[in-house]
Design a protein around this ligand. Structure first.
Ligand code: 2AM
Ligand code: CA
Length: 266
């Protein structure tokens, strides 16, 4: 087992506590599908409850740290050098439709640098965590990105814009540029797990537009600590939250993916 620091223990404990409610609520969602309105309001309430548990637990363990929360936004604490970046339910659409693929994502930023990330999948009971300089792990096993070097062997994840979002035509262009060059494309609906899966060597790469810091902060730490690169599809690195899209991959595939997505010759 890797040495799990006090910080990671705090993050895991908070995630497991919030997950108890999410798991129970996920069990209810199926029953609500048959009502005309569906479970939307119920899921929003579940999301808020999980966020509240995470905020309380993290605040109790590290009093004064600031927060960036998906639902409540920025909350400044007495300590502005530390900020938790939290998504209580990443993969809300899956949760809403009874699809068992969602996660809690918690990252810690110190003086603007991401130093720790934890992505917890409460259904598969997988805890992905990474800490700057210490590596990334899932349930005690070290994570490494894949060693594939050919785009033609690569399995790539992405996210497709939903109703009301921009970029539908761009997505069509990117998909048609890639589909005939890669082994496969997956769209699973939880960016934090997509990044965790790149870190775990399940996907060779991932790209998506228009994500928010809470969707990706923890996953970025995981990919970097698993030996992967994180930037944007233009190939800019390292990733910063003001970039408009994210590309994560193992080192050999980062540039070929960037070139393929931006329409440049291989
Ligand atoms: P969420 O479930 O926390 O909203 C999948 O493409 C990614 O996009 C997920 O990480 C998901 O995070 C995010 N996403 C899905 N629907 C969204 C919406 N309506 N607004 C913002 N982000 C969304
Ligand atoms: Ca999210």
């Amino acid at each position: 087992m890797p040495p799990q620091s006090a910080l990671i223990n705090v993050m895991e404990k908070a995630a497991r506590k919030a997950a108890r409610g999410l798991r129970r609520d996920f069990g209810e969602v199926e029953n609500l599908q048959v009502s005309r309105k569906g479970p939307a309001d119920f899921v929003s309430a579940a999301d808020l409850r999980a966020e509240e548990v995470l905020r309380e637990e993290l605040e109790r363990a590290r009093p004064g740290y600031s927060f960036l929360l998906e639902e409540q936004g920025q909350i400044d604490g007495a300590d502005k050098t530390h900020r938790w970046i939290v998504d209580p339910l990443d993969g809300t659409t899956n949760f809403l439709h009874g699809l068992a693929h969602f996660a809690i994502s918690i990252a810690l930023e110190r003086e603007g640098q991401l130093v720790a990330g934890l992505v917890f999948d409460p259904i598969k009971d997988e805890t992905f965590w990474g800490e700057k300089g210490k590596g990334a792990f899932v349930n005690g096993h070290r994570l490494r990105v894949t060693a594939r070097i050919d785009l033609s062997d690569a399995l790539i994840a992405t996210g497709i814009p939903f109703r009301g979002q921009q970029g539908h035509e761009r997505t069509t262009g990117e998909l048609s540029a890639l589909t005939h060059r890669v082994a496969g494309i997956r769209r699973f609906g939880s960016a934090s797990l997509d990044l965790a899966y790149v870190a775990a060597g399940r996907f060779d790469g991932f790209w998506e537009h228009g994500l928010q810091p809470w969707d990706i902060a923890a996953g970025i730490v995981l990919v970097r600590e698993a030996g992967g690169l994180v930037g944007d599809i233009e190939g800019r690195q390292p990733y910063t939250f003001n970039l408009k899209n994210i590309l994560a991959a193992n080192e050999p595939l980062f540039t070929p993916l960037s070139r393929a997505l931006t329409g440049k010759a291989p």
